[in-house]
Design a protein around this ligand. Structure first.
Ligand SMILES: *Cc1c(COP(=O)(O)O)cnc(C)c1O
Length: 226
């Protein structure tokens, strides 16, 4: 299958999942996850209509950026404070914010570069040891802190479901947390975006309210990490 055919297939599945859930398909944005794939594959996907790409490493954003056609970049993997400099002028959104320290570093560099940065708070909804992201109980502290920031804007939440069990109950819990958080009306923290769902579980995520799905291997094929 070509990237074009895979994209047509994924877009059709996104629409069908949204419609089956009684949702407007335009509420669900596809983020094509391009980590490890070469820039020519990225450019092919962009030529086929991809508007948003996701990388999980800041260095990979830095290295690929100049070689890729105009597109919105998302940083979706764990970000160390000393790597924020690689994404601050390149990414439209950072999905994986998991500490006040990281928020403050994004704010510091966004102010220095005179840019605004949209962020999502990554929540470890399943409580799995190996997963990054904050505990749900820490969310209030981070969102209260966001009220003080002027260049960094919280737009919602992100999660990764466990790969080895049914994702749907975790996505449901995440949607509940998202809705409860929206009701609290934090300053500078809108709940517009709920980023959840990958190649293996995006239809369940859409059923549960995802507004952004992050899909890589179902578009580009198996990854070669070497
Ligand atoms: C790699 C990755 C994805 C996409 O995974 P696929 O299974 O290839 O669709 C989504 N989200 C994050 C955070 C990732 O690192």
């Amino acid at each position: 299958m070509s990237i074009k055919e895979n994209l047509e297939n994924i877009n059709a599945r996104i629409r069908a999942a949204a419609e089956a859930a009684g949702r407007d398909p335009d509420e669900v944005k596809l983020i094509a996850v391009t980590k490890t794939y070469p820039v020519d594959m990225m450019n092919e996907a962009i030529a086929c209509g991809v508007t948003d790409v996701g990388e999980n490493k800041a260095q990979e954003v830095r290295d690929k950026f100049e070689h890729v056609a105009p597109v919105r970049w998302h940083l979706i993997g764990h970000l160390q404070t000393n790597k924020v400099k690689y994404v601050i002028d390149r990414c439209a959104m950072i999905h994986s914010v998991d500490s006040i320290r990281l928020m403050d570093e994004i704010e510091r560099l966004a102010a220095a570069h005179d840019v605004d940065m949209d962020i999502l708070i990554q929540v470890n909804i399943s409580g799995e040891e190996s997963k990054s992201g904050i505990e749900p109980g820490e969310l209030d502290e981070l969102l209260s802190h966001a009220a003080e920031l002027t260049h960094t804007h919280v737009k919602g939440l992100m999660t990764i479901a466990p790969l080895d069990e049914d994702a749907e109950p975790h996505f449901k819990n995440m949607k509940k947390l998202f809705d409860e958080t929206a009701k609290k009306e934090y300053k500078n923290a809108s709940m517009d975006e709920l980023s959840m769902g990958m190649s293996g579980d995006f239809e369940a995520a859409i059923r549960c309210g995802a507004t952004m799905v992050r899909i890589g291997s179902a578009i580009f094929g198996a990854r070669n990490y070497n």
